[in-house]
Design a protein around this ligand. Structure first.
Ligand code: F1P
Length: 349
């Protein structure tokens, strides 16, 4: 619920009305961004999902190749690191052992390291060349929520910095920055769906499984939705790119398998209508978070309309209803939302 406020704190003093202030990333950032030809992102859990979304932005908007990998794999294998690679770690705590080990293993081979982190003075911040603090404030719960959306804001700012060097005009930059200024009110509109989503959650709390679908940068949002549901309600959930449904997971769909889709745009919605028929034919229920008036409610289809959002902000805004869905499912099931069993806030071993 704090997210409209904390994303403001992430942007505070780092953007003007229409420009990014590059010095926010630390001394020497501009020179290092000038030299960057490739980005490698490393993170774990929710922070990894933020990295997957950033890949779409960095490649689409900045036109720079970007690789993303979980730190728990990256740290244990050999790497071919292209010249002039900017190495980015993302972490709420700044103490995640796998992420720290990945940074230490690769530090000498990269142009520079940059961490997007929520805890000032943490190990990742101290050991990285550059940092951008997310300023989300302490998270009470184990499962990252506001850390995730503020990481995305920071990563979008980084995308602007890189894109400036690769053809982003001042007008395009101003457009992105103005969009970021609208973000708190767009997130608030998402939070206002709370009561509505609480009702939807009743259909989830009694199920044992769920599928989440998304396309493009909304696919990692679906992954994050599935992770949140697993973490706090212990309902088994998997995410797939929407187009993959027919390549296997459709076999799982029946009336016991709700399918959640984040589908703000028309291109996906057209495909989705075909998916819907497939899900309906198998007695499954489809839950769709879509843009205003993009798709109508019908039998077997529960639609929740989201505010219209600039495309580059969709992953941030569409995260909110999925977090709320998991939250309410967990409350209905009676699990401990803040302290899920078997999980630690900071995985330091
Ligand atoms: C990574 C992470 C979190 C998750 C849980 C365990 O932490 O996987 O995303 O919610 O707290 O750790 P961090 O590196 O972002 O602190």
């Amino acid at each position: 619920y704090e997210q409209p406020e904390v994303v403001k704190a992430t942007m505070q003093g780092r953007i003007t009305e229409d420009r990014l202030l590059e010095q926010s990333f630390g001394n020497g950032a501009s020179e290092l961004f000038d030299q960057t030809r490739q980005v490698q992102i490393i993170a774990c859990g929710t922070s990894y999902h933020a990295g997957l979304i950033a890949k779409y932005w960095i490649e689409d908007i900045a036109g720079i190749p970007c690789a993303v990998e979980v730190a728990s794999e990256f740290r244990y294998r050999k790497h071919v690191i292209p010249d002039n690679t900017l190495f980015i770690t993302i972490s709420q705590s700044g103490e995640t052992a796998d992420t720290l080990a990945a940074l230490r293993a690769i530090k000498e081979q990269v142009l520079a390291s940059l961490t997007i982190c929520n805890v000032p003075g943490s190990s990742l911040v101290r050991e990285s060349d550059l940092s951008l603090m997310t300023n989300a404030g302490p998270e009470i719960g184990v499962a990252s929520t506001k850390a995730f959306t503020t990481q995305l804001v920071a990563l979008l700012m980084l995308t602007v910095a890189l894109a400036r060097r690769n053809g982003l005009s001042e007008e395009q930059e101003a457009n992105i920055i103005r969009g970021l200024h609208q973000l708190p009110s767009l997130l608030l509109a998402g939070v206002r769906l709370d009561k509505d989503i609480e009702l939807l959650a009743q259909d989830f709390a009694e199920k044992n499984h769920a599928l989440f679908l998304g396309r493009g940068p909304l696919y990692p949002v679906a992954m994050e939705g599935a992770l949140k549901l697993k973490e706090i309600s212990y309902i088994h959930a998997e995410a797939y790119p929407a187009g993959e449904l027919k390549h296997g997971p459709l076999a799982l769909v029946d009336k016991e398998m709700p399918v959640v889709t984040v589908a703000p745009n028309n291109a996906l919605l057209d495909k989705l209508k075909a998916n819907l028929q497939e899900v309906k034919a198998r007695g499954g229920e489809l839950f769709v978070f879509a843009g205003a008036d993009k798709i109508q409610q019908e039998d077997g289809l529960k639609v929740r309309q989201m505010p219209d959002v600039p495309e580059f902000l969709e992953p941030i805004v569409y995260t909110i209803p999925l977090q709320l869905l998991s939250y309410h499912a967990a409350v209905l099931k009676g699990t401990d939302v803040d302290q899920p069993r078997n999980l630690a806030k900071s995985v330091t071993v």
